[in-house]
Design a protein around this ligand. Structure first.
Ligand SMILES: Cc1cc2nc3c(=O)[nH]c(=O)nc-3n(C[C@H](O)[C@H](O)[C@H](O)COP(=O)(O)O)c2cc1C
Length: 256
């Protein structure tokens, strides 16, 4: 039998795993199995930069207009395509919009949509401070979207054919097959110093956008990511504490 090769490397799979530290096991002790022991060791030895990247992956909406090198953009999309997809079908496509006229079109529609959605909502001043900050950033993005160097569109097929008879399973698999790629690209952006935000406001003008960009009828634009070098700093995300949302065995059970 031939050696299985990692798709992202010309090295044999075993060398790839060794090089990346995946699967390194420690000596067994106590009642823990070898892999469980290794997992415990990894809590202290895992590359901290991985977790720093995850924990500082904030929505970056204040972006500089400076161009992003093509190789950087390619690397971001390449990280995306390493994500899993249902049945490994990889029925996706990624558009990097740099054309000023197209960015202007997207920016105009995005801003109009946001303004419409904002109608009838309470004014910013009536919201809690952290909500005010986030909304002010969202407004800024809507007003300056056309100025960002790149707008990345993550597209995927609208149906998961093997499960087409079950809409719930099909929709879950369609979306579950593109958002991991989107998250990978956000992480790659963070790692490469590029600011980005996952947005879905374009869904309100998706058909028009698809026509403008020639996206096939059977595809949807799952996410729109403005990309650019950040004007401010990356910082820690604020999230509910894990113990508030983590249950063991049954919904609501807090006991491990
Ligand atoms: C499915 C989804 C849709 C989103 N849509 C938008 C959007 O249309 N516009 C926007 O400015 N941010 C959008 N966001 C970004 C969220 O508002 C942001 O991730 C969240 O507020 C957390 O912010 P933080 O990561 O900076 O802490 C979206 C995020 C997700 C996951």
């Amino acid at each position: 039998m031939g050696v299985r090769r990692s798709p992202s490397s010309s090295l044999p799979r075993r060398s790839f795993l060794k090089r990346t530290g995946i699967g390194v096991v420690a000596a067994a002790s106590g009642s823990l199995s070898l892999p469980a022991r290794a997992a415990e060791n990894n809590l202290t030895t895992a590359d901290p930069r991985l977790f720093e990247t995850i924990y500082s992956l904030r929505a970056i909406r204040w972006l500089k207009p400076d161009p992003i090198p093509e190789e950087t953009l390619k690397k971001i999309v390449e990280a995306g395509i390493h994500a899993p997809s249902g049945g490994n079908r990889q029925d996706w496509g990624f558009i990097l919009v740099r054309d000023p006229e197209l960015k202007r079109f997207i920016g105009d529609r995005y801003r109009e949509t946001r303004n419409k959605l904002q109608t009838g909502r309470p004014p910013l001043s009536e919201l809690p401070p952290d909500r005010q900050r986030a909304l002010r950033a969202a407004v800024h993005l809507a007003e300056h979207l056309h100025e960002v160097p790149v707008i990345l569109l993550a597209c995927s097929v609208k149906e998961y054919p093997p499960w087409a008879q079950n809409p719930r399973a099909s929709v879950a698999t369609v979306h579950g097959s593109i958002y991991p790629a989107v998250q990978n690209m956000l992480l790659a952006c963070r790692g490469l110093g590029v600011g980005a935000t996952l947005t879905t406001t374009h869904c309100f003008f998706e058909e028009e956008l698809k026509q403008k960009l020639g996206v096939p009828e059977n595809m949807e634009i799952a996410a729109l990511l403005p990309l650019g070098f950040p004007r401010g700093k990356f910082g820690k995300t604020t999230r509910k504490p894990v113990d508030e949302v983590l249950y063991w065995d049954r919904w609501g059970s807090k006991k491990a």
